[in-house]
Design a protein around this ligand. Structure first.
Ligand code: PY5
Length: 323
């Protein structure tokens, strides 16, 4: 699905060829999942490439690092700049940009906090994460794998280790012939997809689970909530039961890679008439215009990739005290 290659990877200030972006196999993050990352999209704006909600992604990356007690040797501005440089060095759009903070040095102690925290940023040509289903409607399975409670593994952090859970649910759903999994929280309420947030429409109102269901607070989710409010749809963040989900008029996923994807079937229950419903379509229309810079109201969501970043990639950076 994501096998497509990019051109350059930004590693601690140096742009290296995609094939050379390597780390030691005994690194702490590989063995224990202690790495925090982001998924960011680059789009074709009216005057060149743009990055969708860059400050929000950088902030979440730093918040995730904070929860995992990783001392990050880069400021928010430096990380934002590095994302722009990465987009510039991978001169394709739409792009899927993946910054990751990790401990790349060999270290096998679980409690290791001494290793240097590194930042790598790769980019690949973006596709539709859920493939054809993004247009025609996703078939999703309610997974038997529950979300871990946030007092075990904080869902607020976008950490590598969280994706053990997404992997189990996603692969199980795929083995059963579905395109995506819907995970419930520990109490049996609807939480989210394996890599997306979830929305329901009932009687013209929008519902979505909140942080109490141990979800990732998605940046696309925040954008959808804003668009829906601006379109005049009431939005309610609340605990969502499976029964509400199965009897919703419309259901859709939101996420950086998935963008907005209507759901047409959930564990053999058809959703609505099996196609994107009117509210979903309304929100999708505005969202896809916004990411292309065609909605002045949301122009602030897009950071243009400045010409400077396109022609002068920074070769090295000064070392700041490592973690
Ligand atoms: N929930 C989970 C578990 C996610 O992994 C994601 C994003 C979201 C919600 C949506 O968050 P956002 O809108 O901020 O993207 N998933 C990643 C993505 O880049 C990884 C997918 C493989 O879309």
């Amino acid at each position: 699905m994501m096998a497509t290659q990019g051109k350059k990877v930004w590693m601690d200030g140096t742009l290296v060829d995609f094939a050379d972006a390597k780390v030691h196999v005994l690194n702490h993050s590989l063995h224990y999942g202690v790495g925090v990352f982001e998924g960011i999209r680059g789009y074709a704006g009216p005057n060149g490439p743009v990055i969708f909600r860059l400050p929000e992604h950088v902030k979440r990356l730093l918040d995730s690092a904070r929860l995992y007690r990783m001392s990050v040797p880069f400021t928010a501005e430096e990380i934002a700049r590095a994302v722009l440089e990465t987009q510039a060095a991978n001169d394709f759009v739409p792009s899927y940009i993946r910054p990751i903070l990790y401990r790349g040095e060999p270290a096998l102690g679980v409690k290791n906090r001494g290793g240097k925290v590194s930042l790598a940023i790769g980019a690949i040509p973006a596709k539709k994460y859920l493939g054809e289903a993004s247009e025609t409607g996703v078939r999703a399975k309610i997974s038997q794998y529950r979300k871990p409670r946030s007092d075990a593994i904080p869902s607020y952090a976008k950490a590598a280790g969280n994706y053990l859970n997404s992997y189990l649910a996603g692969v199980d759903a795929a083995d059963d012939g579905y395109e995506e999994a819907i995970l419930l929280d520990a109490n049996g309420y609807v939480a989210e997809g394996s890599g997306e947030n979830i929305f329901l429409v009932r009687d013209g109102k929008l519902y979505t689970p909140g942080l109490e269901s141990d979800i990732l607070l998605g940046i696309t989710r925040t954008s959808v909530l804003q668009i829906a409010k601006d379109l005049g749809y009431p939005v309610v963040e609340k605990l969502v039961s499976v029964n509400e989900l199965l009897t919703a008029d419309e259901v859709f996923f939101s996420g950086t890679y998935a963008e907005i994807a209507p759901v047409r079937e959930i564990s053999h229950f058809p959703v609505g008439d099996g196609r994107a419903g009117p509210v979903t379509r309304d929100i999708m229309d505005v969202f896809y215009r916004a990411v292309r810079g065609e909605e002045p109201k949301y122009a602030s969501w897009l950071t243009p990739v400045p010409p400077l970043a396109r022609v002068v990639p920074r070769a090295t950076r000064r070392e700041k005290g490592s973690a």
